[in-house]
Design a protein around this ligand. Structure first.
Ligand code: NAD
Length: 237
């Protein structure tokens, strides 16, 4: 496949980092943006990236500056992967208000801002692909992760509505829906009962395959038989 210009939010570690590595291996031009500037710079050195920017997805100006820089240095944006996300744990009624707000801002608003900004660049060219990272927790209720679940259901709803709205525009929209995956995000938790965690490399490969063969979504589960009937989050180990 022809090399594409691909920007990944939250690419300093975890699934975003592995996705950057996989896409570079497949010959694409990749840029990462992350709120953790120090780790993003280390990641860029490790991956040999020329574009790495401090990015806060909740700030549209910061997002615009990131995409401007990507296009200036690597060429027109072909794919945006809205991967940045957080998963604070704890019962909803005990959650600090600031934590609740930040979760919604990063996981939902960040994805919506990114999608809008990418659409503004892609629609005039009638091409491009926006991939929003949801979760299996965006399809199934996960007791113990109510706020997070709410944000991921929102990502799926927003992306699916946008996909239908822009279906004739030449711009693809899709979601990646990973099961629990071994990254810092889930460190200190026991994941989901009855489910084996995936490795970030598996999500990275699924995302890279999605770019090569666009579909409305790709779901990664680690249970024989495909769909999981229920997930129960187990806090602590
Ligand atoms: P991670 O914590 O390993 O990495 C997330 C990255 O996002 C970090 O580098 C962090 O600095 C960055 N980030 C956080 N806030 C940001 C902001 N405001 N602006 C820019 N960057 C920001 O997490 P991960 O496990 O790699 O998760 C990546 C995505 O996959 C998230 O959207 C997460 O919800 C989703 N997901 C993860 C799992 C899992 O079990 N790990 C499962 C399903 C979905």
């Amino acid at each position: 496949m022809a090399a594409k210009t691909i920007a990944i939010t939250g690419g300093a570690r975890g699934i975003g980092y592995q996705t950057a590595e996989e896409l570079i291996r497949r010959g694409h031009r990749v840029a990462i943006g992350d709120v953790d500037e120090a780790r993003a710079k280390e990641a860029a050195d490790e991956l040999g990236l020329s574009v790495v920017t401090r990015l806060d997805v909740t700030d549209p100006d910061s997002f615009r500056a990131f995409l401007d820089r990507v296009e200036k240095q690597l060429g027109s944006l072909d794919v945006l992967i809205n991967n940045a996300g957080i998963m604070p744990t704890g019962h909803a009624h005990e959650e600090d208000d600031a934590v609740t707000r930040r979760q919604v801002e990063i996981n939902v608003l960040g994805v919506i801002f990114g999608t809008k900004l990418a659409l503004q660049r892609m629609l005039p060219r009638r091409s491009g692909h926006i991939i929003n990272t949801a979760s299996l927790a965006g399809e199934l209720a996960v007791p113990g992760l109510a706020t997070y679940c709410g944000t991921k259901f929102a990502v799926i709803g927003f992306t699916e509505a946008s996909r239908q709205e822009y279906r004739k525009s030449g711009v693809q929209l899709s979601t990646v829906r990973p099961t629990f995956t071994n990254t810092e995000l889930v460190a200190g938790t026991a994941g989901a009962k009855g489910l084996r965690n995936a490795e970030p490399q598996e999500i990275a490969r699924a995302t890279a395959d999605l770019i090569e063969r666009p579909r409305p979504f790709v779901r990664v589960t680690r249970l024989a038989g495909g769909m999981v009937a229920a997930m129960k989050f187990v806090p602590g180990r």
